[in-house]
Design a binder for this molecule. Structure first.
Ligand code: AQP
Length: 327
């Protein structure tokens, strides 16, 4: 069984893009691989955030993952800051990664552009991500295009470390998520749906059913009427992707069904499909919300399991780098 690591930032409420592009595949993967899923709150600290909301958002994100089907008995689910080895290993890797390679990260350039003050944490984000992955002897990391460069850096740092200090880390491979992985903003279908954008084109998983329906019915399309999946029709393609993912039907099949009649019927059907698709998840979430302690306990157990794995890796790292054992 391959060990797989993935994370989600508690930067806002999970949305349809997170679910269809990532979480539903994680749910399927937990029976095929040895899976580790982490709510990466330390990563969420690298951008401006409201401290009083962080703990609640972290709990909610974890509860949503469980409501979506992650089973803490079949995978390891925990909160990043509960396992101190992530930050400990980050320091060691900071001493291996170079300023030049971090400076080349396009996500850093995008996120820091135009900011008056940029934290060291934002700059160091890829090294923390490398530590997340390397602390668990991870074999595979499912990554979208935007994280591919960070995974390359993780591999480079692991190879460099192994070369300098002897074989210590498993060098992970990137795996490509299945097609239809990218769900776009309904109001701006050229940008991906995002937690932190606060756009009316986002469908949060806990949004009211009426809000979801309204948002999908008001999705931006184009001035034509032809229902076709094509790069020049991002709005229509996005709706087809959403409908395909929530019903399990093929894009070609859907193009055939909605060929005539304009975009109205496609939007109505997509809205209904999303509401139905989310209903069981929302019901499970409501149950978990009644007994928050239960999720908190599951996260504590997850952190224990994760820490046991990460401790072994850190022991190897400490030995390889020549640190004096505590005795
Ligand atoms: N629009 C999307 N379509 C498909 N997959 C998506 N993911 C995110 N947005 C989409 C996938 O969800 C997983 C968790 O994402 P993340 O929280 O680590 O960060 P992100 O990719 O930066 O997601 P957001 O929602 O856009 O957050 P913010 O606004 O904070 O940046 C990842 O596997 C991601 O690919």
């Amino acid at each position: 069984m391959a060990r797989v690591f993935s994370g989600v930032k508690p930067t806002g409420e999970l949305h349809l893009g997170n679910l269809l592009g990532a979480v539903r595949h994680w749910v399927a993967q937990q029976d095929q691989d040895d899976t580790i899923f982490c709510v990466v709150d330390l990563h969420a600290m690298t951008i401006p955030y409201e401290a009083p909301e962080m703990a609640d958002l972290t709990w909610k994100t974890a509860a949503m993952l469980i409501a979506a089907g992650l089973d803490p008995n079949r995978c390891t689910l925990f909160v990043q800051s509960h396992v101190p080895q992530h930050t400990e290993l980050t320091w060691t890797l900071n001493c291996v990664a170079t300023f030049g390679e971090l400076n080349r990260m396009t996500q850093f350039k995008e996120k820091s552009g135009g900011q008056e003050s940029v934290s060291v944490g934002l700059f160091d984000y890829p090294v923390l991500m490398a530590a997340d992955i390397l602390a668990y002897d991870t074999d595979k990391v499912p990554v979208g295009d935007d994280q591919r460069q960070h995974l390359e850096l993780t591999r480079d740092v692991a190879i460099r470390f192994n070369h300098r200090f002897g074989d210590t880390f498993v060098v992970p491979e990137a795996t490509v998520p299945p097609v239809g992985a990218r769900i776009m903003d309904l109001q701006d279908p050229t940008s991906k749906m995002s937690k932190s954008s606060a756009s009316p084109g986002t469908v949060a998983l806990l949004d009211d059913e009426k809000v979801i329906t309204k948002r999908i019915r008001s999705a931006v399309t184009d001035s034509e009427t032809e229902v076709r999946h094509a790069p020049e029709k991002p709005g229509v393609s996005n709706l087809l992707e959403i409908l395909a993912a929530t019903t399990g039907r093929g894009i070609k099949d859907l193009e055939g069904e909605f060929a005539s009649g304009g975009y109205g019927p496609l939007k109505d059907t997509a809205a209904e499909a999303v509401v139905e698709f989310l209903r069981p998840l929302r019901e499970r979430y409501a149950e978990l919300d009644k007994d928050r302690e239960q999720v908190t306990k599951q996260l504590a157990l997850g952190a224990q399991k994760a820490e046991a794995m990460a401790t072994k890796v850190m022991e190897r790292v400490r030995k390889a780098t020549g640190l004096l054992p505590r005795g």
